[in-house]
Design a binder for this molecule. Structure first.
Ligand SMILES: Cc1ncc(COP(=O)(O)O)c(C=O)c1O
Length: 379
């Protein structure tokens, strides 16, 4: 018999919330723009298969993943839509698998394009690829001044079907915070537009895309033929204090049970390193979740969790599998009760951004950290 996934600590994923977010985003971008749901890193910790299905139900047109394995996992789950691999596949074996599984690789240079061309030789279909252009991220992508030259070479490869051209924004989330200063995003936009203009009629045959969540939300000029949305699909805005009418639903909750209640005297050290000492006679709750489950140790002594809509502070070092909460001011808590560490509980809402403000992380990292040990309960 499998243990109840809710017996210790778990993640709850609101699939209707994700479906709703997908619908909201699709309506926001309008009917002439396609929506790619970015479901890499196991759907930002929500479960790639679950998220992908919900996003497609809500109107997403295609999926984005980082690795070959992530793409194959979605094909094995029966998903038939277009899937773009956003990372770089460099060897022939990986690219061959990508071809066989009908996954579209991202190409940054002629080397991989030639490998793809050889793979598709004597097969009945051409190898569909998207070309990535570096407009200022300085990571993947071909130099934006050499795109025409590269496309001319790719067009000579008769087994390749170049279907898309895209770039990625480097600081749109920071610039979203200060909307009067869209300077670098504007530079990236100008560079991408120049690339497309220089391609002339050739660009009409390509699916053009540039925007992540921040780009999508900030400026419709960044939308082109498709947007690639991750964070907002999961219900979050890339910055804290953005004013938006979009009704996005945060889709993830992290919950854990109290496994022991302790009454301790004033002046007692708690947990590893005695990082916390009780300042009064205290009631403590030991809770079964730790950094191995995805709650960063950097949050030790900084976060609170909600129980029945009341916040209780976490004290001492977060350990691998456990942490302690001071429940002196809420002494009715019993062993087995559930604390909400992230997500909404009654009137209380604890967001990944709240944790980031305390630990210097980013919401993407907080969400991705729930990929490992915690069981997922889909609601
Ligand atoms: C190439 C690419 N496009 C889109 C996204 C989605 O970004 P966001 O989660 O900010 O929407 C990512 C995520 O890192 C990405 O790497």
């Amino acid at each position: 018999m499998n243990p109840d996934p809710r017996s210790r600590a778990w993640v709850e994923v609101d699939t209707k919330g994700i479906e709703n977010n997908s619908r909201v985003l699709k309506n926001f971008i309008g009917k002439d723009c396609l929506l790619m749901a970015v479901v890499k890193a196991d759907g930002y910790g929500h479960g790639a298969e679950t998220v992908a299905k919900a996003a497609l139900m809500g109107g997403a047109d295609s999926l984005g993943v980082a690795t070959l394995e992530e793409g194959i996992q979605l094909r094995n789950a029966g998903l038939k839509c277009q899937i773009l691999i956003l990372g770089n596949l460099i060897n022939a074996e990986e690219l061959y698998s990508s071809f066989c599984w009908n996954l579209i690789p991202t190409i940054s240079g002629i080397r991989e394009a030639i490998i793809c061309n050889n793979i598709a030789e004597n097969k009945n279909k051409r190898f569909a690829i998207h070309l990535k252009v570096d407009t200022g991220m300085t990571r993947l992508g071909c130099d934006c001044n050499k795109v025409e030259e590269l496309i001319t070479k790719i067009d000579c490869l008769e087994n390749i079907s170049l279907e898309g051209i895209y770039s990625h924004l480097a600081i749109a989330d920071q610039e979203l915070q200060n909307s009067t200063q869209k300077s670098f995003t504007q530079i990236q936009l100008n560079r991408f537009e120049k690339v497309l203009k220089d391609l002339g009629k050739r660009n009409k045959l390509l699916c053009t895309h540039l925007a992540n969540s921040a780009g999508t939300l900030s400026d419709s000029r960044l939308h082109f033929d498709m947007v690639r949305v991750g964070l907002s699909l999961y219900g979050y805005f890339p910055v804290n204090d953005i004013e938006s009418d979009l009704n996005l639903t945060p889709a993830l909750k992290v919950k854990a049970r109290v496994t022991l209640i302790r009454d301790v005297e004033k002046g007692i050290g708690v947990g590893y390193g005695h990082m916390f000492k009780t300042k009064r006679n205290s009631k403590l709750a030991v809770v079964a979740i730790g950094y191995a489950d995805g709650v960063s140790r950097a949050l030790s002594g900084k976060i609170s969790a909600s129980i029945d809509g009341v916040l209780v502070p976490q004290v001492g070092a977060i350990a691998m599998d456990q942490m302690v909460f001071d429940i002196t001011d809420k002494p009715d808590i019993k062993t087995g009760q559930v604390l909400t560490l992230l997500g909404t509980d009654g009137e209380v809402c604890i967001s990944p951004q709240n944790w980031c403000d305390l630990s210097g992380s980013i919401p993407w990292e907080v969400l991705c950290s729930f990929r490992n040990r915690l069981p997922r309960v889909v609601t």
